[in-house]
Write a protein that binds this ligand. Sequence first.
Ligand SMILES: Cc1cc2nc3c(=O)[nH]c(=O)nc-3n(C[C@H](O)[C@H](O)[C@H](O)COP(=O)(O)O)c2cc1C
Length: 306
Amino acid sequence: MRRKKALIVYYTQTGQLKSIVDSVCNSLQEEFDFTFEELKPTPAFPFPWTGMSFYQAFPESVQETPCELEPFAFDPDDDFDLIILAYQVWYLSPSIPFTAFLQSPGARVMKDKPVITILGCRNMWIMAQQRVKKRIHDLGGKLVGNIVLADKHHNLVSVVTIVHWMLKGEKYGKGIYSTLFPVAGISERDIKDAQNFGPIIRDAFVNNKLESLQDDLLEKGAIHIKPVLMTVEKRGFMMFKPWSKFVLKKGGAGNPAREGRLKMFRAYLFTVIYLVSPIGGAIIWLIHKINYRKIQKLVYYYSHVK
Ligand SMILES: Cc1cc2nc3c(=O)[nH]c(=O)nc-3n(C[C@H](O)[C@H](O)[C@H](O)COP(=O)(O)O)c2cc1C
C-alpha cells in the first residue's frame, strides 16, 4: 500500500512555529511521508525587527498584501493526502509571508485536499483564521482541523514580552527585565504537549474520521478561546482597517514617508492596550454575562472549522 504524503507549509522567524509543527507531526511519521516547505520572503523580514520595521509590517498584514517569496521546492500538482499550513498572526491578520503563499499559484495544491491549520501566536488569532478559512475554501481545500498554541500569560504581560522578544531578539530577557517578566512566547510545556494531537490526526486518517477530527482535537485542548479577548480582538480589528488605509495613503510597503503615521498608530495601539482595554475588558465581561448564550455560540463557531 502507498504511504500517505503530507505537505507542510510554514514560515517562522524565531523557530517557535517549526518546533510546534515538529511536535504535532512527530507521531504522524509512521503514516506519512512529509514534504516541508519553508516560506522564504525576498527580501527577508528582519529579526530582531529593527527601528520602525515592526510597525511597517502593519498595513500590508491587515490588507493581506503579499510579499515576494522564493520559488517553492514542492510541486503544486503533486497529489498530497494532507496539507498542513502553519502560520503566525501579525496584527490580527495572517503574517505577510503566509498571505503571500495563500495568494500564490502554488496554493492550488490544496484543491480537493484535507487541510489542517496550526497557529503559533501571542493570543489573538480569530480574525486571521476567519480570513484564512475563507481563502482555503475559495481554493477548493477542505479545512478539517485547526490547532492554536498561544501565550497563556495575561494579555498585558504578553504584550510586553512579545514586543521585547521581537524588537530585541531576547526571548528570556536580561537583568531586572528578566526578574519582572516571564519568558516570551508559547510555553515549552505546551509545545511539547502538542505531540498529543498527532495520534488524533493519524486516527482520523486511518479510520476515515476527518469529519469529527476538529471535535476530537478540541477534546484534547487544541483551542482555548477566552471570550473577553475574542471581543477585544474583534473590536480592535475593526479599527485596524481604517488605520491601515490611513498609513497606506503615504506609500507602499516600507516607504519611509509612512513613518509619521506609523508612529501615530503605535501611540494609538499602546494607549488602547494599556488604558482602554482594562476598563473595556471589564465592561465586555459584564456584557458577556448578560449575553451568555450568544457568546458561547460564537466561541463554538470560532473553535470549529466550518
Ligand atoms: C509584526 C508582528 C505582529 C504580531 N501581531 C500579533 C497579533 O496580532 N496577534 C498575536 O496573537 N500574535 C502576534 N504576533 C506574534 C506572532 O504571531 C508570533 O507568535 C511570533 O512572531 C513568533 O512567531 P515565529 O517566530 O514562529 O515566526 C506578532 C508578531 C509580529 C512579528
